[in-house]
Write a protein that binds this ligand. Structure first.
Ligand code: NOJ
Ligand code: CA
Length: 538
């Protein structure tokens, strides 16, 4: 079983936000040579693939998700030669490289949009979504931007509005025009030909819009918070037409050997799994449910069961704890529980994705108002705490030097470092055998070594009465040792009787890295915020 799986099934994806990983030219911003420099570190994490958030030329209105040239490298990050060097070195380290593909929108500085906006009869006019004003001169409908305000901007010279669901400078491509997808397929070909191993596709579930541009209805469940939640996005999200686009992207991908497509999709499980198609859409529709669900054992157990039951055919699952858009897990669940979260992520069935810094327990960093840069927070100061993403994008904490090894001491980093970076950093954690970093490495090494953990089946287990905070499951593969994972998602100690599973087992790893050896499963003690991996044998 294990031998038949691809790297993207057996392996672990590690997301790097390039601006924040490692600066090498003293401008306070991370760059490609910085990532190359850290490949030994990445290799020792036992991860298998690196996904880079966008590195393309961009005016950076949305920090690179506004792409001005899909086949170039932003000089801030380096040159194409730096990219080629990174790709070679990634491969030489036995790793894979996944790039971010942002097909839903371009920058307003992309030459396609410059042409499109130049006149109503330009051949590229309909590559974007232009509409006449409503009779009152306002926007064509009530659609809103994720980043605040209407999703339409009026373009004075040609007298029409264009659609953008993110910043004004991110006009949306019109996939009803027959030439647009082929242009994006050319982009994919360009990077595949270079040897890139796959793409994470940005907002893939938004790529197709209602042809009539109907108004979206109010969302009766909205309870305040992010204003974008006020409408039900039934005409801008998850429309059936998107699947045909994805199938065509996949068909191109399948012309190359062993490449992967990962889709950014925030949807309930029943809709999410449709993005596997019949094995002809994305390989991994991102499963973000651990980010959104209440951190409760019963809730997560039910989610695992539901997801597993809905996966079609031989669809391969995946799990994520965080990314550059969402609260860091250590902040959401607390530093102690964050270790349990790592154990959960790295023992579930399916490809895990780690967001940089999760392996050392990095937390959200409070950004003083004058340093806020992220557009949703800048545009909507009243909800900046809810929608701002700067706090989760701060520089990687490497060591105890003044800027934590991210950039030299006399340089101002593009975002402030965490206040705890002098104590919470890679160097300090390398020296501490029981650190989060060493827990992460032990978990990834075990996952890689054990077929049950990277390839096996999963079965949730009822931990018995009085164990409401315990999440337990078994991982098993033919001809390999079986494992029992027991996680305490709460702070009350528990004693469990699990003798119906086996009389005894061997503790292989505990979240505090302080327990090993034989235990009697009729009376298994689990401490507050503790997780254990037990080897049950073959
Ligand atoms: C999703 C990306 O993850 C986010 O960072 C970005 O702002 C939007 N898509 C727009 O591209
Ligand atoms: Ca730099």
């Amino acid at each position: 079983m294990s031998e038949q799986l691809s790297w993207w099934q057996k392996g672990i994806i590690y997301q790097i936000y390039p601006r924040s990983y490692q600066d090498t030219n003293s401008d306070g911003i991370g760059d490609l040579p910085g990532i190359t420099r850290r490949l030994d570190y990445l290799q020792k994490l036992n991860i298998d693939a690196i996904w880079l958030s966008p590195i393309y030329p961009s005016p950076m209105h949305d920090f690179g998700y506004d792409v001005a040239d899909y086949t170039g490298i932003h000089p801030m990050f380096g040159s194409m030669a730096d990219f080629d060097c990174l790709l070679n070195e990634v491969h030489a380290h036995g790793l894979k490289l996944i790039l971010d593909l942002v097909p839903n929108h371009t920058s307003d500085e992309h030459r396609w949009f410059v042409e499109s906006r130049s006149s109503r009869d330009n051949p590229k006019r309909d590559w974007y979504i232009w509409r006449d004003p409503a009779p009152d001169g306002g926007p064509p409908n009530n659609w809103t931007s994720f980043f605040g305000g209407p999703a339409w901007t009026f373009d004075e010279p040609t007298g029409q509005y264009y659609l953008h669901q993110f910043v004004t400078q991110q006009p949306e491509l019109n996939y009803r025009h027959p030439d647009v997808l082929p242009a994006i397929l050319d982009v994919m070909r360009f990077w595949f030909d270079k040897g890139v191993d796959g793409f994470r596709i940005d907002v893939v579930w938004l790529m197709w819009k209602d042809e009539q541009l109907r108004d979206e209805p109010p969302n009766p469940d909205w309870q305040g918070g992010d204003p974008h939640g006020k409408l039900r996005h039934i005409y801008t999200q998850n429309l059936p037409g998107v699947h045909d686009l994805i199938r065509r992207m996949r068909a191109l991908t399948d012309q190359y050997e062993d490449r992967v497509l990962v889709g950014e999709i925030y949807l309930p499980f029943d809709q999410l799994v449709q993005y596997y198609g019949s094995g002809d859409e994305v390989h991994l529709p991102y499963n973000f449910h651990l980010i959104d669900l209440p951190w409760k054992a019963l809730v997560i157990k039910a989610a695992i069961e539901k997801y597993e039951s809905l996966l079609p055919g031989d669809a391969w699952p995946n799990w994520v704890l965080g990314n550059h858009d969402r609260t860091r897990i250590a902040t959401r669940v607390g530093p102690e529980q964050a270790r349990v979260a790592l154990m959960l992520l790295l023992t579930l069935r399916g490809t895990p994705t780690t967001y940089y810094g999760e392996e050392i327990g990095m937390e959200n960093v409070a950004i003083p108002p004058e340093f806020i840069q992220d557009p949703p927070a800048v545009n909507q100061p009243e909800v900046a705490d809810i929608v701002g993403r700067d706090p989760v994008r701060t520089p990687m904490q490497w060591d105890a030097t003044p800027n934590a090894g991210f950039t030299p001491a006399d340089i101002t980093p593009w975002l402030p470092l965490a206040p705890d970076c002098q104590s919470r950093n890679v160097a300090a954690q390398e020296a501490d055998p029981a650190s989060e970093l060493n827990l992460y490495r032990a978990l990834t090494a075990l996952r890689r070594a054990e077929p049950a953990l990277h390839a096996g089946q999963i079965e949730t287990i009822d931990p018995g009465t009085g164990a409401g905070s315990i999440l337990a499951y078994r991982r098993a593969a033919d001809g390999a040792d079986t494992f029992l994972i027991v996680l305490n998602l709460g702070q009350a100690p528990c004693r469990l009787d699990l003798h119906h599973i086996a009389p005894a087992a061997r503790i292989e790893l505990s979240t505090a890295m302080d327990r090993r050896g034989e235990v009697d499963l009729s009376d298994l003690a689990i401490g507050p915020d503790e997780g254990v991996i037990l080897r049950l044998g073959a």
